[in-house]
Design a protein around this ligand. Structure first.
Ligand SMILES: NC(=O)c1ccc[n+]([C@@H]2O[C@H](COP(=O)([O-])OP(=O)(O)OC[C@H]3O[C@@H](n4cnc5c(N)ncnc54)[C@H](O)[C@@H]3O)[C@@H](O)[C@H]2O)c1
Length: 261
């Protein structure tokens, strides 16, 4: 059965009441679904994203539903913009309890057609972005002596797909970054984990459905027999950010319908 936010509202708890959650890359897709879920669970939300238009639309929907939400335009490749996003969050709310670092890009390209610019675009957005955001948020979490960081890895952190070299490498790097931070900052009460979605239907993944090699592969690949929807990721994401995961640190939680089973 396809899960939607409508079916989820029946049993949504209220685990983030009065907590401050920064969702980076929350304008659309998986990040939007996670932002909506956190707001429904009572979080005071700040969304950071490069796409002002989609972010404004998403924030409008969350506010219309009674959620607390503010937005900051931010390109995660730019340290000054990242620092400004985090400073504003602190100025508005005084703390950051939850970081959801979701922003990312992917485009397929045969390895020998990849040039330096394309390589840097993917690595800078997906991997350097995660570093810059963590670097800006951590001093505040250390001061608080608590914090939950959730980074967006992928099944590609483990499963190398052809024509996705910089993406595969960036997502393996994000997982190792999450693990490194779990080791370095656990003693401050800070948790650092990663999510590993498989195929989730979003703007970012839609090219796969028409790409002959990928479309054929995905048809038979997923034991649950369907592609994922952004809402499929919200439960695992909020679990990692919640007190239910107080003894979970440094893991990569695959959300892939059994694709890697
Ligand atoms: N869709 C999938 O199948 C899938 C699977 C595994 C992992 N992921 C990961 O999940 C994350 C979200 O993907 P999605 O499918 O929801 O894609 P999406 O394109 O719908 O959303 C990505 C968001 O990141 C933002 N973003 C992109 N570059 C940015 C930048 N430089 N600075 C700030 N924000 C930026 C975009 O504006 C957008 O709001 C990505 O990290 C992606 O790699 C997606």
């Amino acid at each position: 059965m396809r899960r939607t936010s409508e079916t989820l509202t029946d049993f949504i708890p209220n685990r983030f009441r009065d907590q401050v959650a920064l969702v980076v890359g929350g304008a659309q897709g998986i990040g939007k679904a996670i932002a909506v879920r956190l707001a429904k669970e009572g979080a005071r939300l700040v969304i950071g994203d490069i796409d002002r238009k989609m972010m404004t639309q998403t924030a409008g929907e969350i506010a219309a539903d009674g959620g607390s939400v503010r937005t900051v335009v931010c390109d995660v490749r730019q340290q000054r913009q990242v620092n400004r996003m985090v400073e504003r969050t602190i100025r508005w709310h005084g703390r950051i309890d939850v970081l959801m670092h979701i922003a990312g890009v992917v485009k397929p390209r045969p390895f020998l057609k990849i040039d330096e610019k394309f390589w840097d675009w993917t690595i800078d957005t997906n991997l350097k972005g995660a570093f810059l955001v963590a670097h800006a948020v951590l001093p505040h979490m250390i001061k608080q002596r608590r914090g939950k960081m959730v980074f967006m890895a992928s099944t590609n952190s483990w499963d190398a797909e052809a024509e996705l070299a910089p993406y595969n490498v960036s997502k393996a790097g994000v997982f190792l970054l999450a693990k490194t931070l779990a080791r370095e900052f656990g003693r401050y009460g800070i948790h650092s984990n990663a999510l590993g979605p498989g195929f989730i239907r979003t703007r970012l993944s839609e090219w796969c459905l028409t790409h002959p090699a990928f479309a054929e592969k995905y048809k038979n690949l997923i034991p649950l027999g369907r592609l994922g929807e952004p809402e499929d990721v919200t439960g695992p994401a909020t679990f990692l950010a919640s007190r239910d995961a107080d003894y979970v640190n440094g893991v990569l939680l695959f959300v892939d319908g059994g694709q890697l089973a």
